[in-house]
Design a protein around this ligand. Sequence first.
Ligand SMILES: Nc1ncnc2c1ncn2[C@@H]1O[C@H](COP(=O)(O)OP(=O)(O)OP(=O)(O)O)[C@@H](O)[C@H]1O
Ligand SMILES: [Mg+2]
Length: 269
Amino acid sequence: MSVLHVKELLIELMTASGIITAVDHVSFTLEKGETVTIIGESGSGKSTTAMGVLGLLPKDLAVMSGTIEIEGTDVLAHPRKLAAMRGRRVALIPQDPMTALSPTHTIGHQLGGAVRRGGSDRLSKREVEEKSIRLLEHVRIPSPAEQLRKFPHQLSGGMLQRVLIASALAADPVLIIADEPTSALDVTVQAGILDLLLTLQAESELALLLITHDLGVARVMSDRIKVMKDGRFVDRGQADELVDNPAVEYTRQLLDAVPRLGSWNGGDR
Ligand SMILES: Nc1ncnc2c1ncn2[C@@H]1O[C@H](COP(=O)(O)OP(=O)(O)OP(=O)(O)O)[C@@H](O)[C@H]1O
Ligand SMILES: [Mg+2]
């Protein structure tokens, strides 16, 4: 059974200028331990796909059809089941760590909330703290006990993203969705976060749905890549093959738009 199985997903959004088809009959699967990346230009429908899978699109503004199965449960037909899975079996790593946490609560309070939500309701305060410390160690945050007492503004963006990754891992999820997880961060810390994600994903056999507009990142991080344009997948394939040897003109254009990758030999241009 696939961790995630999306079939013929259609998402129409009500916008000020009318109804638009943001996601147009998209199908894909994610297996345990696999990373699939969706790449594509701005407005192609990547985030809408991710938010649709997570059930986070506003109901009155988004009309969805098709099938979304997570571990065999049809979550599109059963939104309450999806709500129960969110933050537990399925977790989101947000784009902007600086705004994702509440400024008025400590890191420990917020991470502790994620630990409790992960089915550990009966844990004592001390056990929650111990698990929080283990999670921060897991995401390579130095002096974790100290960090728990800090407020978000006292941590750098890279450290906050590590906290959010720890929160996502708190409930031992099977599926993590990361929508541009490093685009709000300083370039010097981006590689560290991506490297961490890659390591954690391999250790825990997570299924990771990654969204990026960076083909270099997609090639390094993922097993398979889907190229999205105007709500559809216009190209798909094994990450290395798709980037090193693009068969589809649109993918070639995307490649031309980014700086050359060390591993990329320039193709046949
Ligand atoms: N809240 C909204 N109101 C109106 N239109 C929206 C809204 N959110 C998304 N859209 C439209 O839906 C389409 C898909 O947008 P989406 O945000 O999914 O793209 P994206 O691929 O994530 O782009 P980006 O790379 O800029 O994040 C676009 O045409 C966008 O303008
Ligand atoms: Mg987006």
